[in-house]
Design a protein around this ligand. Structure first.
Ligand SMILES: [Mn+2]
Length: 340
């Protein structure tokens, strides 16, 4: 399917879903990129609904509210009432709890994570591992469609109101900023598309930044300081890795550390199951020799869990204590540094 022209495939997909009742879901703890991507797709699939797997990430809340996305759970609906499921910003069952078990039929996948963890397949697959955000992958598909519609002077393209298309652009632009860690990652297309989206959104860059990186609550600020008070570090082969446990927002803590340091691992006990530790890993934007998705995958498999993600941002869920999990992360990172 990957060899198929994605633009043609997207047209076929839109044709296929026409008139069908479609559920759209995202990876667990839906972040800004997945919410924005799901929103954009929901606006081009007329009879679709966005359904969450669990409580979304706090940082995506202001955007969800702005877009009017209602937080409803996939677990509260019957798969038999729908014609199929579209999965966004994810292609691994490890991040899609109970989707397989409940018998959902996955008809399409839109994702930009490294394929090493991919175990979801569908008739319509839109996967670009090089895309810095899922929103960019979707923006490219929608952009081509808009150009085609414009040149054909299609009436259908005017069906969605301009307010709606401004909001789609707004959402996608916010996700660009968020998932690239404010453009720490990005490619030529990122900037070309971003300037188009910014213009179409009718918003200022300052507005977009607010939704991409909303202010933290006092609780979150205190949790961040507490986590930073416990940071330890290790050094090998020119790489300084910082690691700690966090009471909440492990990805936020890891992102903070990696702004100035080389690699960060932050562990947190899962709030639902305390035999599980979640680890969030990050690599500094200037380091291109580490494939964190592979490290987290190995950590996952060695500690009875799963892991994966991107080269510079990845995570794992493992059956181990936070201390054991962090030790394993550092150990595997250093092993791989020496192997080369
Ligand atoms: Mn993403």
């Amino acid at each position: 399917m990957a060899s198929n022209n994605p633009k043609n495939l997207f047209s076929k997909f839109l044709h296929f879903v026409r008139g069908k009742r479609i559920a759209i879901t995202m990876h667990r703890e839906a972040d800004i990129d997945s919410v924005a991507s799901a929103y954009a797709l929901s606006k081009v699939i007329p009879s679709s609904e966005i359904l969450f797997l669990d409580k979304p990430d706090d940082r995506s809340k202001p955007l969800s509210e702005k877009l009017g996305v209602i937080i409803r759970m996939l677990g509260d609906v019957k798969p038999s009432d729908y014609d199929g499921l579209v999965v966004v910003d994810c292609s691994s069952h490890a991040l899609l709890p109970s989707v397989k078990e409940n018998g959902w039929k996955i008809i399409a996948v839109f994702d930009h994570h490294r394929k090493s963890g991919k175990d979801v397949s569908a008739d319509f697959e839109f996967i670009d591992e090089e895309s810095p955000s899922c929103a960019e992958l979707i923006a490219i598909l929608l952009d081509n469609r808009a150009e085609k519609n414009e040149s054909a002077k299609s009436v259908a393209s005017t069906k969605s109101s301009s307010i709606e298309s401004a909001l789609i652009s707004f959402a996608l632009a916010v996700a660009f900023i968020s998932d690239t860690a404010r453009f720490s990652s990005g490619r030529k297309e990122t900037f070309e598309l971003f300037s188009k989206l910014l213009k179409k959104s009718g918003a200022t860059y300052t507005d977009l930044l607010f939704y991409a990186d909303p202010p933290r609550s006092d609780d979150k600020k205190v949790a961040l300081v507490k986590a930073l008070q416990n940071v330890r570090y290790a050094y090998s082969n020119g790489i300084l890795v910082a690691f700690c446990e966090a009471g909440s927002s492990e990805s936020d803590v890891a992102e903070t550390l990696v702004q100035r340091l080389d690699v960060a691992f932050v562990a947190k006990t899962d709030s639902q199951d305390n035999s599980i530790t979640r680890i969030s890993g990050r690599v500094n934007k200037n380091i291109h020799t580490i494939k964190l998705n592979e490290i987290m995958r190995q950590v996952g498999s060695e500690l009875g869990g799963q892991g994966g993600g991107h080269y510079k941002a990845a995570g794992a869920r493992v059956r181990a204590s936070p201390q054991e999990a962090l030790k394993k992360c550092v150990e595997i990172l250093f092993q791989r540094l020496t192997v080369g």
